[in-house]
Design a protein around this ligand. Structure first.
Ligand SMILES: [Ca+2]
Length: 275
């Protein structure tokens, strides 16, 4: 994948999210399934939306480094406080841990863990995927970003909706973790039901029944895979790229997800220190 762009930097009108030939309610319905209650929204004390995250322990969430960096600066300057919202309940953030290799210019190791002031009760916490065999699995992405159909262009806006969709995990990134040598992200693409041959960026050209792609505000949200009938958190929404500028729709967009498997030990070192 040659082009990397922060999702928050993408103009919202340039990114579709769900298939235009499938009713939006199917995506909203999927997002309401209880295994996805663990995906929350990041909001500031000024009410500004700022990305998505996943509950990984009662008092910790996992998100993207570029989301946390921006928030960390605002928090340190006293400009704002940040909260995580689950089922419309807000939890204040006590501490921010950005991965030490994260750098905003290269989007390497785009991960952060946030510690909450109070535990979140009543929400099932997903197991973290530890298998490096993500490619070939169907991923279920969940987030609070802008939403709308891929066609016609221009309908994607912030509607305060939680959307979940499906993508085949097609390939790994070219970038490697400097310590382990592991490829640090996996990629998905948004295949078109109308024009699969010219839209396909990688992997299979056929879209899944609830094919989608994340967009602005989805950064930090989770991608889940199913193993032994259980949803595991496998990816963190990080970046987006496109090799084709299509005039009529937003198919052909790709998305990069940080691999939870590669950073499992780093995550554990924060949420279970000394374990
Ligand atoms: Ca494809």
């Amino acid at each position: 994948m040659k082009k990397y762009l922060l999702l928050l930097c993408l103009p919202l009108v340039m990114a579709g999210i769900f298939r235009d030939d499938v009713n939006e309610r199917e995506y909203l319905k999927l997002a309401k399934e209880p295994q996805f209650d663990c995906v929350g929204r990041i909001v500031s004390s000024t009410g500004k939306r700022g990305g998505s995250c996943t509950l990984i322990k009662e008092d910790y969430v996992l998100t993207a480094g570029h989301i946390a960096l921006f928030k960390d600066e605002k928090v340190r300057s006293g400009e704002t406080e940040i909260f995580i919202e689950f089922n419309e309940e807000k939890y204040a953030v006590a501490e921010i841990f950005i991965h030490p290799y994260f750098h905003i210019d290269s989007i390497r190791t785009d991960l952060a863990v946030l510690r909450l002031c109070h535990p979140v009760k009543g929400i099932a916490i997903p197991k973290l995927n530890q298998s490096l065999q993500e490619v070939g699995n169907i991923g279920y992405g969940v987030g609070f970003g802008a939403s709308g159909p891929a066609k016609p262009r221009g309908l994607v806006e912030f509607y305060d909706k939680k959307i979940a969709g499906m993508n085949m995990i097609d390939t790994l990134s070219e970038n490697r973790d400097p310590d382990t040598g592991a490829f640090l992200a996996f990629w998905t693409d948004f295949d078109s039901p109308h024009d699969p041959d010219s839209c396909n960026i990688m992997g299979d050209k056929e879209p899944l029944p609830l094919e989608y792609t994340p967009t602005g505000g989805d950064s930090g949200g989770g991608m889940f895979i199913i193993k032994n009938d259980e949803y595991l958190l496998a990816g963190v929404c990080s970046s987006s790229g496109y090799d084709k500028l299509r005039a009529e729709d937003r198919y052909g967009t790709s998305a990069g997800w940080m691999r939870v498997s590669v950073y499992y030990d780093w995550i554990q070192s924060i949420i279970n220190p000394g374990a």
